[in-house]
Design a protein around this ligand. Structure first.
Ligand SMILES: N[C@H](CCC[C@H](N)C(=O)O)C(=O)O
Length: 259
C-alpha cells in the first residue's frame, strides 16, 4: 500500500463500519482486496463493512458501500445511518441531508446520535414457503420463528443463504419473533457470511413482513430489537406497496486512526 488510509470507525446498533473520507479520491474504489483486509477482524481494523464518502453533484455526498468480503453492491441501512453521522462530524451537513447510494436517493435527519434514514419504496414481495422475500435495497429472506433467543442463526442462516435457490447471488436471512410491544430479530448477512448484531435493510424487510402477515394497512410503526440495540421502522402500507419508509436508530463514532 502506497499511502496510509485515514479512517473512522462507527457502529449502528452494533453493525460496525469503517468510514473513509474519499472526497480526494485517494482510495482506489476498485481495490476489493484492500477493503477485505481492512475489514478483517484478525489482520485488519475489523468491521462488517466499509464505506467511502465521495462528492457527488446535486447531493451532499455519495455513499459507496462494501461488505466485509470486499464486494460492492447493494444497500446497507445501518451503514447509511452511520455515514450520515460521519458527514455531520466532518462538517458536510448539520441536521438533515440528501445523499446518493447504490439504490438511489436517500433523505435523512439526525438529532444527537439518532439517525432517521429514509429507505427506498418497496412495491412487491414473494414467498418461499412460509418466508417472505423482500428487496429493501438488499435482498432479504424473513421467517417467523419461535424461541429465537436459542436458535442457531449461523447454522440455519448459512444453510438458507447457500441453498440451491439463493446460493449464487446469496441472500440475507432474517428470523423474527414477537416480543412485548415489538419484535426481536436476528440476521445472517451475506458478504459478512455470519450473524451480525444488526441489519438495517433486514429490519426494514422484517417490519414489512410483519405488516404483510398481519394484514396491517396505513401508517405503521414497528419497534425491532436486535442483538446490538433498538431500531424503529415506519412506513405507509397500501396492499403490497410500502412508501415513506424510515429506519431510525443510533449511529455512533467509536474511534479513528490510520492503517
Ligand atoms: N448490514 C446492512 C446490510 C448489508 C447488505 C449486505 N449484507 C448484502 O446484502 O450484501 C444493513 O444494515 O442493511
Amino acid at each position: 500500500m502506497a499511502s496510509k488510509v485515514r479512517f473512522s470507525k462507527y457502529q449502528g446498533a452494533g453493525n460496525d463500519f469503517i468510514l473513509v473520507d474519499n472526497r480526494n479520491k485517494a482510495f482506489d474504489r476498485a481495490d476489493e482486496a484492500l477493503v477485505e483486509k481492512l475489514c478483517n477482524r484478525r489482520f485488519g481494523i475489523g468491521a462488517d463493512g466499509l464505506m467511502l464518502l465521495q462528492t457527488r453533484e446535486n447531493y451532499d455526498f455519495e455513499m459507496i458501500y462494501y461488505n466485509a468480503d470486499g464486494r460492492e453492491g447493494s444497500m446497507c441501512g445501518n451503514g447509511g445511518r452511520c455515514i450520515v453521522a460521519f458527514a455531520r462530524d466532518l462538517g458536510i451537513i448539520t441536521d438533515k441531508t440528501v445523499f446518493l447510494a447504490v439504490d438511489g436517493i436517500h433523505h435523512a435527519s439526525l438529532s444527537a446520535d439518532l439517525v432517521n434514514l429514509q429507505m427506498i419504496d418497496v412495491t412487491d414481495f414473494t414467498r418461499d414457503g412460509e418466508a417472505y422475500l423482500l428487496q429493501t435495497g438488499s435482498p432479504h429472506y424473513v421467517e417467523f420463528v419461535k424461541n429465537l433467543q436459542d436458535k442457531n442463526v449461523f447454522q440455519d442462516g448459512y444453510a438458507i443463504r447457500n441453498n440451491a435457490t439463493y446460493g449464487k447471488e446469496g441472500i440475507n436471512v432474517n428470523f423474527i419473533e414477537a416480543e412485548g410491544d415489538g419484535y426481536f430479530l436476528r440476521t445472517f448477512e451475506r458478504g459478512v457470511e455470519d450473524e451480525t448484531y444488526a441489519c438495517g435493510t433486514g429490519a426494514t424487510a422484517a417490519a414489512m413482513a410483519v405488516a404483510l402477515q398481519q394484514n396491517l394497512e396505513g401508517d405503521i410503526n414497528i419497534p425491532i430489537r436486535v442483538l446490538g440495540g433498538q431500531l424503529y421502522i415506519s412506513f405507509h402500507k397500501k396492499g403490497s406497496h410500502f412508501s415513506e419508509v424510515f429506519l431510525k436508530g443510533p449511529a455512533q463514532f467509536v474511534f479513528e486512526g490510520n492503517y
